[in-house]
Ligand binder design. Sequence first.
Ligand SMILES: O=C(O)CCC(=O)C(=O)O
Ligand SMILES: [Fe+2]
Length: 346
Amino acid sequence: MAKTAPVVLTQNISDTQRATSFNHSTDSSSINSQEHSISATDDEIPTIDYSMIFSGDVDQRLKALQYLAYVCEEYGFFYLINHGLPDSVLDKALKGVSEFFNLTEEEKLEYEKKDSADRIRWGLGFSPGDHEAVKREYLKVLPHPKFQGPDKPAGFSKSLEDYYQRDREVMINLAKAVSKTLGFEENYLEKELGLEIGADVSAMNVYPPWFKSNTPIGLPAHHDPGYLVSLVQNVNGGLQLHYKQKWINVHMPSNSIFVNIGDHLEVLTNGKYKSPMHRVILNNKVTRVSVATVHGPSHNTFVKPVPEFVDESHPPKYRGMTYKDSLEANGYHEIDGKSCLQQLRI
Ligand SMILES: O=C(O)CCC(=O)C(=O)O
Ligand SMILES: [Fe+2]
């Protein structure tokens, strides 16, 4: 993935603004014990070749689907390569994100988060107890069913819209493949989760180098809602996935998309496919920009373990809830440690 222009975080933000953002911030208090250590391994993360999943060669396609089934069940996260999303679309979106974060404080305050359900929300995350140390700046938008982007900087909204459209096409196709890996017909998840009006939420993040922070945690350990989550970034460095009691560093191959299973697919499959825990560690070398897009069911979809994954030896592990209620209880993915899974687990 091409590098984008360096991002400069706003440093001269007023104290009032700092306090307000901190109160609403997602990452002040809920640091769990695992986060005191930042050590991680470079164990391999599986790679899924999207072009193979949709290959015209039946043998190749079946093998690729078998591997996808294994990866979803065993890991719940993977690098997606050969996905067909043009580099130019991705680079433009990431460049726009950097440019947005480089707007003046005054310009960004126009989008300041007032309510968790706002269509456009900008905010800052601070180091615990230190309102001076910005460790994360974010901008959240709702790409689907109806996208609305910030009107500044010029062209940014269009670049984002183009990216979200292509990203969504890839994720919907992946949902078809995942449906098959679960033994269903390919449109199963689209129908079951009402994806035609699926509610997507995207978080654009920028993490400054960590020397200003009293903790190296950029984003505390959490799970994502939704069925699938896609993530792209300007540079490697910081994202870690929890797997088999260890943290693994993400080193995305260039032009790949990082994909993880979301909480609501874990619920639907009664825990067969797992939504992985992940976090972001600050690094002292580069300013990293990421775009994490949660692809969700429609708001009124009642998500519960479906009968195919429930029997006497597999009793339901989660209770059902509409996606909207689940998101509301989770503060619209505010990453405060109360994941949707925790609320739904029986
Ligand atoms: O910035 C990242 O790498 C991760 C972001 C993330 O996990 C999220 O927004 O849910
Ligand atoms: Fe996340």
